[in-house]
Design a protein around this ligand. Structure first.
Ligand SMILES: Cc1cc2nc3c(=O)[nH]c(=O)nc-3n(C[C@H](O)[C@H](O)[C@H](O)COP(=O)(O)OP(=O)(O)OC[C@H]3O[C@@H](n4cnc5c(N)ncnc54)[C@H](O)[C@@H]3O)c2cc1C
Length: 241
């Protein structure tokens, strides 16, 4: 992991680094608080994005700002979001600056002092101009990316969208034009004078877990759980577990 900014902290404007290069730091992606927790390696961004289940899409609509949770997928340096063709926020986002965040909570950090409590986390903030995808094959690629992001191996196993289903759907592409990653790890950071207080201190890990698959009751009995569904239960575990 690399926490060295790749460009001048005062740099403004979109990230112009080539795909795969380090994230450049722009005025709005430069971490002011706890800058040492920032990561500028693009692989760190991919790791945080790829491990997430939902993102939050933030944009300014006619009535003011709105931030909504939604599913997403990633291909190279583009995030894909999808929804109903009547989805107000996706429609409003077309051609506009948006902010997409992905957050993982990895642990509750219990300090000796109330002030020093914290959360271990990995989070990514992506800024970019979103655009609605019109090209049919690109739309299918976007839907595949979202499906595969949630359930790797699913796209090839299921029926493809029909023309009617595509007409009921909208897909949005958000390039990783500017992005930042912030990660907190480790134990609490208490003051030296608090270290001998008779208070339990440490980290309680938090992880995302999948339970045993529950077959649809209306499906014929005896159908095996496919490998790509069974694999979900191995996808996440507790940090350090
Ligand atoms: C689960 C979780 C819980 C948190 N709880 C708190 C809390 O209770 N109080 C608190 O003050 N902070 C908390 N934070 C940190 C918070 O996200 C901000 O980083 C922090 O509040 C600094 O805010 P700021 O406006 O000064 O950011 P600045 O440092 O001014 O932000 C500048 C730029 O840095 C980047 N950036 C900032 N924060 C993040 C981030 N988390 N991930 C990726 N990029 C980022 C963005 O591009 C942003 O535009 C939490 C973070 C997470 C993930």
């Amino acid at each position: 992991m690399n926490s060295t900014p790749a460009a001048s902290p005062g740099q403004t404007g979109p990230d112009t680094t080539p795909p795969g290069g380090p994230l450049s730091v722009t005025d709005r992606t430069r971490l002011r608080r706890h800058a040492e927790r920032g990561k500028t390696d693009r692989d760190d961004l991919y790791e945080v994005l790829d491990a997430g289940v939902v993102c939050h899409l933030g944009l300014v609509m006619a009535g003011g700002p709105v931030v909504l949770p939604t599913a997403y997928g990633r291909r190279d340096d583009t995030l894909y979001l999808h929804g109903s063709s009547a989805n107000r926020s996706l429609l409003a986002a077309d051609g506009k600056q948006v902010c997409v965040t992905v957050t993982h909570i990895d642990g509750l950090v219990c300090a000796r002092a109330a002030f020093n409590h914290s959360i271990n986390y990995r989070s990514a903030v992506v800024f970019g101009v979103a655009h609605k995808i019109d090209d049919r094959s690109e739309r299918l690629q976007a839907l595949e990316a979202v499906t595969e992001h949630l359930i790797p191996g699913r796209w090839a196993a299921v029926r493809s969208p029909t023309r009617k289903e595509l007409a009921a759907t909208i897909e949005l592409a958000v390039p990783h034009a500017e992005a930042s990653v912030k990660i907190r790890t480790g134990p609490p950071a208490d003051e030296p004078e608090d270290m001998d207080l008779p208070v339990w201190a440490g980290v309680v890990p938090i992880g995302l877990a999948f339970g045993a698959p529950q077959p649809d009751p209306s499906a014929p009995p005896g159908r095996d759980v496919p490998a790509h569904i069974a694999a979900l239960t191995r996808r996440y575990g507790l940090p350090g577990g």
